[in-house]
Design a binder for this molecule. Structure first.
Ligand code: NG1
Ligand code: ZN
Length: 553
């Protein structure tokens, strides 16, 4: 039985932020931390309802604002299989948050809550126990917001809450999925832990090296990891301290790891800073030309790599470079295993992918490429439904690889048949690699391990990796307009439908620049319009971009 008296009391105590309109975007709710109490309260209830709807399976909730400044925070709900909240439930998240925000008293909120429960036919008098997994990044505001989130879960809805404490976003996704898989298998103690995460990924990494009888050294003398002063720092250090991790300590150095100093979070460091500014983060000066560097974002679900050449020039190895590296490696393994005709590999990109990367995947790797709208859920869906090995990365470094059921079945059956020969090596590689990837969501730690393993096996240096293709000079600018909602697009956001006539003007500009490409779309996360441009000649790029911007303003 739901204790509405108690819920009323919690509502009155918790929901201090009133009359603010909230929207659940691609990254859940995200805004200034001080305005999130009400949203946390309603999101906690929604997560419980989602679990009840799914027969009490574990539903995840992560408190984070990723690469945003330290004053912000946010929250998002994760499905039992570790994927993002079902799209048809996003409007409920919004309705409930706004009901709590605009209601003048608890009864009004309760009416809205009842409508949702009725609409989804959720039985609150059931004996099913809802299960929730919660996690938070390192932000100072998170413990308080966690209390707002969970306040009603056990006391009103009798939910069992597993609090993971401070974890990365991908750890929350992974642990939610693993807990449910164990629960389904009838495990008496289904709860997965952080330790499972470390053991699992280190295990796959070690097995891959063992398969090639490689000494456990990286293909570079040293790897520097910038963790954006976020939760990635302490979590990565736990992995590196594990007794099964035996890459020589002098090969890896973690920097920007002050997650205990709130204001430093994402400040002049991290994946977003490095990608946007195309420069080294704070705290790094190039110490050697053959080192490799990488940066996580604040909640460690993105990673970009980079190096500095002997002329001190900075070279970015972004999400496009990561997906092309994986595509090259895995296509080759499929061929070696003679599975290239039975298993379909493909790369999923957005319009922000550099034109050179797309051409390289098609023309050099001979691999299919799809383009989807911006937003991980679109890429994830395409990768999961169109390919047996679906590689997706946004240029900003968020991405993963999804291996189909057919992939796992095929590899298992081929491995059981094959004798010890060349095929077996490729089959074992494919199997280990699929285990090294966090398939629930983009994961800086897991993606980083997969890149390191790939470079070691292919004996590639950062320069070799970079020289597979050369990025076209490109520019991304933000344009503030009175109303961004009028910018409507088609063709996976590559063409404008509205304002009428604007696309024709852009096309005329593009035609003037060799290998030119440009597109305009409204941001989903900021009140701005983004203009992207790329062309062959870097000295013309600024002018090209300005001309498009002039038409947009
Ligand atoms: P918007 O603001 O819709 O362009 C940005 C990123 C996306 C994605 C989302 C977060 C660019 C150009 N856009 O989206 O790739 O990471 O934030 O969900 O980087
Ligand atoms: Zn993030």
């Amino acid at each position: 039985k739901v204790d509405y008296e108690q819920l009323c009391k919690l509502y009155d105590d918790t929901c201090r932020t009133k009359n603010v309109q909230f929207s659940y975007g691609t990254a859940g709710f995200r805004t200034l931390a001080k305005n999130l109490d009400t949203v946390m309260f309603s999101t906690g209830i929604l997560a419980v309802l989602r679990s009840l709807k799914l027969q009490g399976q574990y539903v995840g909730v992560m408190i984070t604002a990723s690469h945003n400044p330290y004053q912000d925070n946010g929250v998002k709900i994760v499905e039992p299989d570790g994927s993002m909240l079902l799209a048809t439930w996003e409007p409920y998240a919004m309705q409930l948050a706004n009901a709590a925000s605009f209601a003048t008293n608890f009864e009004e909120f309760r009416v809205e809550l009842a409508k949702l429960i009725e609409h989804e036919k959720i039985d609150l008098n059931t004996t099913v126990v809802p299960h929730i997994v919660v996690g938070r990044d390192s932000r100072e505001s998170s413990p308080y917001l966690l209390r707002c989130l969970t306040s009603s879960m056990a006391s009103v809805f009798h939910a069992q809450v597993l609090d993971l404490g401070c974890v990365t976003t991908p750890q929350l996704h992974y642990i939610t999925d693993l807990s449910n898989r164990r629960k389904l298998e009838g495990d008496i103690a289904p709860v997965a832990t952080e330790q499972d995460y470390y053991s699992f990924f280190i295990g796959a990494f070690n097995e891959l090296f063992a398969t090639y009888q490689l000494e456990k050294r990286l293909s570079v003398p040293k790897l520097f990891i910038d963790t954006a002063n976020g939760i990635g720092g302490p979590q990565l250090k736990k992995l590196l301290a594990s007794e099964d991790w035996d890459v020589p300590a002098e090969q890896v150095e973690v920097i920007n790891d002050r997650s205990d100093v709130p204001e430093l979070l994402n400040f002049e460091c991290g994946a977003d800073y490095v990608k946007t500014n195309q420069r080294l983060p704070k705290g790094l000066s190039p110490s050697s030309f053959d080192s490799l560097y990488c940066s996580f974002d604040g909640d460690a679900d993105r990673v970009v790599f980079y190096y500095v050449d002997s002329g001190s020039k900075f070279h970015l190895l972004d999400g496009d470079k990561i997906s092309t590296l994986f595509a090259k490696f895995l296509s080759k393994q499929l061929e070696l295993a003679h599975l290239e005709h039975s298993l379909k590999i493909g790369v999923v990109q957005t319009a922000y992918a550099n034109g050179s990367s797309t051409a390289y995947i098609k023309n050099t790797l001979h691999c299919p490429v799809s383009c989807t709208k911006t937003g991980v859920k679109h890429l994830h869906h395409e990768a999961a439904t169109q390919y047996d090995i679906g590689i997706y990365f946004e240029a900003n470094g968020h991405g993963t690889i999804i291996f189909s059921e057919k992939f796992h079945r095929t590899i298992k059956s081929e491995l059981s048949k094959s004798k010890l020969n060349g095929d077996t090596l490729a089959l074992r590689t494919l199997k280990c690699f699929s285990e090294l990837i966090n398939q629930t969501v983009g994961d800086a730690i897991s993606d980083m391990l997969a890149v390191l393993a790939t470079l070691a096996i292919l004996k590639m240096s950062p320069v070799d990796w970079d020289e597979e293709y050369t990025d076209l000079p490109n520019k991304l600018v933000k344009c503030i307009v009175p109303d961004r909602s009028i910018f409507q697009t088609t063709d996976q956001e590559r063409k404008l439908l509205n304002p009428v006539g604007l696309q024709d003007k852009i096309d005329l500009v593009v035609a003037k620049y060799p290998m030119g490409r440009s597109f305009v779309r409204a941001s989903g996360t900021e009140d701005a319009v983004r203009v992207y441009a790329e062309c062959k000649d870097s000295s013309k790029l600024g002018q090209f971009c300005d001309e498009v911007v002039e038409h947009v303003k």
